[in-house]
Design a protein around this ligand. Sequence first.
Ligand code: EPS
Length: 391
Amino acid sequence: MRFLTAGESHGPALTAIIEGFPAGITISSKEINRELARRQKVAGRGERSRIIEADKIEILSGVRGGLTLGSPIALKITNRDWVNWQDYLALEGPLRSGRQVIAPRPGHADLAGGQKYGFQALRNVLERASARTTATRVAVGTLARQFLTQLGVAVAGYVASIGTVHVPTEGANKLTLQELRKAVSASPVLTPCTEAEKAMLAAIEAAREKGDSLGGTFVIHAAGLPPGLGSYVEWDRRLDGRLGQALLSIPSVKGVVVGDGFAGTTQLGSSTHDAIFYSAERGFYRSSNHAGGLEGGITNGETLVLTAAVKPIPTLLKNPLPSVNIKTKEAVPAAVERSDTCAVPAACVVGEAAVAWELAQAVLEKLGGDTLEEIKTAWNRYSDQLRTWPE
Ligand code: EPS
């Protein structure tokens, strides 16, 4: 199973093609639209996401009567803002002058991207480097999530910090996925803690007033996974590595932690690993989850816990950092574009989708199958095998 995306921030549309998605999976475009709206309407977003765009998915192929066909699924999200940009970004013919980016923004792909592709027009870089393209990843990941749901696997994320405001993660990590999702769904910053929520909203507002930006962290949980997804046998089959790539490729994500991660480095081994227990009812289980559900690059049957660090958005609306006019080489303030203040809640929605995609892929690798029926049969057979293992 694989997917490719295409599309630019202010181009006609964002698109994706998924290939290898199994047949017989019930798909709901309503659910995809709900996730697209979540990504756009959370706190921290700017005028574009809140007012101009209302992302809607168009499924162009690979689905009939609400069921996937096993053939490539083509997805399209039209950019409403294209009408305001079509003369400047015309795909063919003369381009209207204006809306140029001359002073690359520190922290953005503007400078290195222009150098790499030899562009004088840095807009060519930022149009594709824009986090707007994460809308397609949400759409693709939501399809993967619908597949996982049909196998009893749930994925849920929450915002754990914005700037210096932190949620007590111990409490959040004790919630079931259903409780977590419910608590988070009521929060504009996607956090289960109402006290932290107030402080986070105030921090975003304060940054917005200053024309500055804020980063933070989000946590993704996944439950219902059997032990044995991913593999220890080769570096590129280790699921922690793959999940890391999936999360690090979200714009602004600068760090990914599995389980206790860095916190574990200050502990002794005796207090950072999860002792193994057995009961007839639960089979093999742990009473703690420092490992975050992954050992040796393989799921161990406990809840997956991944944390991602999101840097503050590079565009600074009021006091841009020093930069250089790439034509005259004069020292000038960096370019200012309409932008968001804090991308952490939006990135959390993208993170859920990115993790869902990797997990769906890992399930398919382990169990194979062209149809949901075949995958379910293999899933049940594997569950039986685990119950009696090692007999
Ligand atoms: C983005 C800049 C802003 C964001 C955009 C990401 O867009 P614009 O410059 O058009 O206002 O709003 O995010 C989205 C539109 C989106 O849907 O995520 C950037 O520079 O990355």
